[in-house]
Design a protein around this ligand. Structure first.
Ligand SMILES: Cc1cc2nc3c(=O)[nH]c(=O)nc-3n(C[C@H](O)[C@H](O)[C@H](O)COP(=O)(O)OP(=O)(O)OC[C@H]3O[C@@H](n4cnc5c(N)ncnc54)[C@H](O)[C@@H]3O)c2cc1C
Ligand code: HEM
Length: 393
């Protein structure tokens, strides 16, 4: 909980700090990477650094945390912390690194705001930083202990052998991987992702997340869409083949299908159907009788990965319906299913819990349609295939 004195100072300076955050974060990252070039090469996603999304996400989260603290001093914004903590553990961040980030973040704040950062202002924002950092550290320590013995971030990485690889569509490749030491695959909740650490041709070790699309024959399954100009997805498509070894962190991620018997709505677009495929797979494997509505949007039949799995799984589930929208369908296709996903022609069951995954414009549109259909915001969960820019905030 923020002290009363700091709360007053943070409230008074939040507009100034908030307005300057866009200037502070590039300076912070430049300072951080100048002092520790290995962090950009081997830890941070340099694609997200280049396109700016991670910078926006960090800035947004600190401002959102401070705002939440002022509005509800006794509550922690757990959902936001959980998302960041799962990502941090998955990429192998250690508690000691919070001091390093603190040093460079505060140097950047002073550089941008100058004399406005009086000792009183610095102390108040220091308190916000450490409240957030300590809350994250507590969640991360607990998570790490759950997923890896020893709790050392370096112990998270485990070699896996690629046992099979196949092409889902022209752009999407599926990999089946098993622990190289012959041990069992770790348990995961449908919807969770693994981080994959790859050595690229320039020697950098870059990390990316891939949602598990299921498991089969004692192997984990993930599927990668080749991104135009994307470093890791292209590298995996071009080089990773059956028999190769790859490093994976344990399954993590706060968005996962909750147990229960209530209705479920799964809505995805493009490669966003990887977590949905794992969820359907799990529901079918456990003989679920839940009411399930699956909605998916893609460009056409050929670009639609897991098309056959979707048909098989929704047929196997006794209370499932599937609605597929194609923007440019090949051949005959119903007019009301042509174009982008539109929930106005889909029956959303009362009391449904919704899981969404796809590009940001899709998430925004579908979330809006669900809210209009009367689904409470708290029952709409979404996964973003990049830093979360707090679209739901
Ligand atoms: C939780 C989670 C789950 C995910 N699950 C999946 C999944 O199941 N399947 C899947 O395929 N992906 C998934 N992703 C996305 C995946 O992690 C990668 O982001 C994706 O594969 C692209 O990585 P890349 O290295 O190929 O692209 P990057 O090199 O990281 O590039 C990303 C984007 O930034 C652009 N970019 C790169 N450099 C610059 C520059 N200098 N200036 C401007 N723009 C630039 C690229 O053109 C590209 O559009 C998931 C992501 C998350 C966070
Ligand atoms: C209070 C301090 C911190 C805050 C508020 C913070 C915030 C964030 C946020 C919001 C994300 C994006 C989560 C998502 O939506 O996926 C993120 C990811 C990340 N953070 Fe932090 N973070 C903090 C500390 C640290 C530290 C100490 C490190 C280690 C040097 C670190 C390294 C990373 C990395 C590597 C990612 C993944 C980024 C990517 O791959 O693009 N963070 N953090």
């Amino acid at each position: 909980m923020l002290s009363a004195k700091s709360a007053e100072v943070v409230e008074a300076t939040l507009p100034v700090v908030g307005a300057a955050i866009g200037d502070i974060t590039p300076i912070f990252y430049d300072r951080l990477f100048a002092a520790h070039p290995e962090l950009l090469r081997d830890l941070f996603n340099r694609g997200n650094q280049a396109n700016g999304t991670q910078r926006e996400a960090l800035a947004g989260s600190i401002a959102a945390f401070a705002t939440a603290l002022l509005a509800h001093p006794d509550q922690r914004p757990d959902a936001m912390l959980a998302r960041i903590a799962h990502k941090h553990v998955s990429v192998g961040i250690g508690d000691d690194q919070y001091k390093v980030v603190h040093e460079h973040l505060f140097a950047a704040i002073v550089e941008v705001l100058g004399e406005a950062v009086t000792p009183e202002v610095a102390a108040a924002w220091d308190e916000v930083y450490w409240l957030m950092a300590n809350a994250l550290i507590a969640v991360e320590d607990r998570l790490r202990a759950e997923v890896a013995a020893g709790g050392d971030p370096a112990d998270l990485w485990r070699p896996y052998t690629v046992v099979a690889r196949h092409q889902e569509t022209e752009a999407v490749t599926t990999y089946l991987v098993r622990p190289a030491d012959g041990g069992p695959v770790p348990a995961f909740r449908p919807g969770q992702y693994v981080s994959v650490r790859t050595e690229l041709t320039d020697g950098a070790h870059q990390i990316r997340q891939y949602s598990l699309s299921g498991s089969a024959d004692g192997a984990l399954r993930f599927s990668v869409k080749r991104e135009d100009g994307g470093e890791v997805s292209s590298h995996l498509h071009d080089h990773l083949k059956a028999g190769d070894t790859i490093e994976l962190a344990p399954p993590l991620g706060d968005i996962a299908l909750a147990d229960g018997d209530g209705p479920v709505l799964l809505a995805s677009a493009g490669i966003g159907n990887t977590p949905m495929t794992a969820m359907l797979d799990h529901l079918a494997a456990t003989g679920s009788t839940r009411r399930i509505v699956s909605v998916h949007g893609d460009r056409d039949q050929l670009s639609h990965a897991f098309r056959a799995d979707l048909a098989r799984l929704t047929t196997a589930l006794p209370n499932a319906t599937s609605h597929v929208f194609y923007e440019q369908p090949l051949g005959e296709w119903p007019a009301e299913r042509t174009g982008r996903v539109d929930l106005s022609t889909v029956e959303v069951p009362a009391g449904a819990t919704a899981y969404l995954c796809g590009p940001l414009p899709f998430l925004r549109a579908v979330r809006e349609q669900l809210l209009t259909a009367g689904v409470p915001a708290a029952d709409i969960h979404y996964e973003v295939f990049g830093p979360d820019l707090w679209l739901g905030a």
